[in-house]
Write a protein that binds this ligand. Sequence first.
Ligand SMILES: O=c1ccn([C@@H]2O[C@H](COP(=O)(O)OP(=O)(O)O[C@H]3O[C@H](CO)[C@@H](O)[C@H](O)[C@H]3O)[C@@H](O)[C@H]2O)c(=O)[nH]1
Ligand SMILES: [Mn+2]
Length: 742
Amino acid sequence: MGGLRESTTTSTVTAITLNTVKPLRRTTLNRLFAVVYMCAIFTLLYHHAQTLLFQSKTLLSFSVSLSLLVADMILAFMWSTTQSFRMRPVHRREYPENLKKVTKRDEFPGLDVFICTADPYKEPPMGVVNTALSVMAYDYPTEKMSVYISDDGSSAFTLFAFMEAAKFASHWLSFCRKKDIMERNPEAYFASNHSWNSETEKIKMMYKSMKVRVEHVVETGKVSDEYITSDQEREAFHKWTDRFTRQDHPTIIQVLLESNKDKDITGNYLPNLVYVSREKSKTSHHYFKAGALNALLRVSATMSNAPIVLTLDCDMYSNDPETPLRTLCYVSDPDIGPNLAYVQFPQRFRGINKNDIYASEFKHMFALNPKGLDGLRGPDYFGTGAFFCRRAFFGDPSTFIAPEIVELSPDHAVEEPIKSPSILSLAHRVAGCNYENQTKWGSKIGFRYGSLVEDYFTGYKLHCEGWRSIFCHPERPAFYGDAPTNMLDMLNQSKRWTIGLLEVAFSKYSPVTFGIRSMGLMGLCYSHYAFEPSLSIPITVYAFLPQLALLGGVTSFPKVLEPLFFLYCFLFLGAYGQDFLEFVLEGGTFGKWWNDQRIWMIRGLSSYVFGLTEYLLMSLGISAFGFNVTNKVVGDELSKRYDQEIFEFGVPSPMFVPMTMAAILNFFSFSWGFSQIIRGVGDLQGLFLEMLLSGFVMVNCWPIYEAIVLRSDKGKLPAKVTVIATFLAWALYYTTTSLIFK
Ligand SMILES: O=c1ccn([C@@H]2O[C@H](COP(=O)(O)OP(=O)(O)O[C@H]3O[C@H](CO)[C@@H](O)[C@H](O)[C@H]3O)[C@@H](O)[C@H]2O)c(=O)[nH]1
Ligand SMILES: [Mn+2]
């Protein structure tokens, strides 16, 4: 694999540094530790196998040993996949200030921005508008930029919001340029900026009144006549006929701003702004977000066909106008450019509470692992905040796959203005719901179909084809998005991912087979995600089995000071210790890390289990699932509790049951063990590890105990969940102790 030297990429002609890459210092230590830890794992597995073969005389001890062996084998496999991220982590930096020495501004490549939205109630149009305005105001030649909105919710309210946004943009863009502000999301700017003058006051009023109109339209459910300012606008809304539904309607494409024609108030051109709601019918597949993105790839090809494409979720606004320039530092690098599929920026979230109680920063997924991947072929695609080279969607770096019509080819030049009838009619055609039939879209071309995590799957397929990607993580976050602020939203998101990942794990492209074969270590990295849901097995085993055994008078772990005791201690402390160190080195705090590992357990007992089950039911043809969009609106009361770091349950969801069962059962096994020791019946040495495990689970379950007994607010755990969980925990205890551990 050859050592990765510290390297500096310079443009050959001018010797100007655009980007640098350095291996992380901890790499050698990581590799050494991996060897030691691996030996420890093998010792434990050897011990389990021996116990199973030679010491398991009864059915009981056999099943306990077998379960522990299986659990530890899965943990060992998952550990090995994590090591692949630790073998070659790198750190990159880019120097956008040097860019102008290499390329002139008018030689910058065109940039098409895709913003996806799917539901005007879960994703309020004002949020989408703010995201769009923040990118329209990029420090980038406006005549080279086009912003496309994909509305899978096909909502007249969203279109209305963007008609308003188009008008406001002509003030906002020139305001940003004049004041040279960093914060170009109007909502965030007005919320945080306090040095007012009359000009700022004026534009703020303008923004507020737009917001009032848009929110009024959503609230009343009607675009009232007084808000419509031209016949053209009125005509656009005629498309929403009585027969129009979200699942069944014709294509709607509205060009709201046309660059080279529409100017802002100071006479500068505005970027293109296009609203697209692709055709839908109940009889054809839509492939959720991947389908939406492919429709935009085609529509944008007919209108602007920029070589660079930025994909954004509707909540993910720009926090730094320089971001596209950072991307260019890689795109225009002759050593990287030719094989480069995309430059991925981290997902960052605004409004996360102090200790990030739902671990939604996803530090491993969005910060630590990508650095490890970047030393190989590059980070996986996160679904948002990625600048793609359009060419990467058409074949591998050496073989170009031509699309079915030449106008969609990445090198096709658009000759006519985007509002011309021929362009508009082609755009409508390629947004049609039957357009993809008998084409390579979704399989060989564009974003890939077949998984609910279209982002992960698309990045994976691109890497398999030989493309590379870059992880660009500047100090000032490039984008900010929303993270779930209640337990159920978080678990539902995680469940959707679980299903999507399993779809890949058990497909013919499974990373453990196809992936490792086509790209070695990189395939192991992808396996880490694909098989993450399998962690639910060891987590469930460790949350219930030793505790039930303890209640049945059987111990599963070695006594204190036995050699194996130290092995267990080393394995536990080694894994947790290394994880903690990495987390903190990446800017985390103890509190955030603690919650991160807590949520890891909760997912293992909840979303992974339910995701696995739903995936099985789907495989058997019993049920189907869809893309359940994450809610991006937060009520006041909930938001208050979130800020106070109180867990939000509130609804009686089955997803809360297994974790509540674990909380109850661990409480009883711990208390029982404790009473044994107090009464002098049990010996502490023998029960020590069991007690430690139960104690650890209990500390992790503390918010659940609180939610059961101490709280009376709306977010507490519904009594129904407690009752069901108590009953199930008791049934589990009863069957195991009376039938198995008797
Ligand atoms: O049929 C659909 C469903 C969703 N979306 C859009 O997809 C985006 C992501 O949806 P969200 O509910 O916010 O999902 P998250 O779980 O928060 O998103 C993560 O996971 C998704 C895959 O499950 C990726 O697509 C996202 O980029 C990634 O941030 C949003 O902008 C939606 O509007 C569509 O355009 N069409
Ligand atoms: Mn999201």
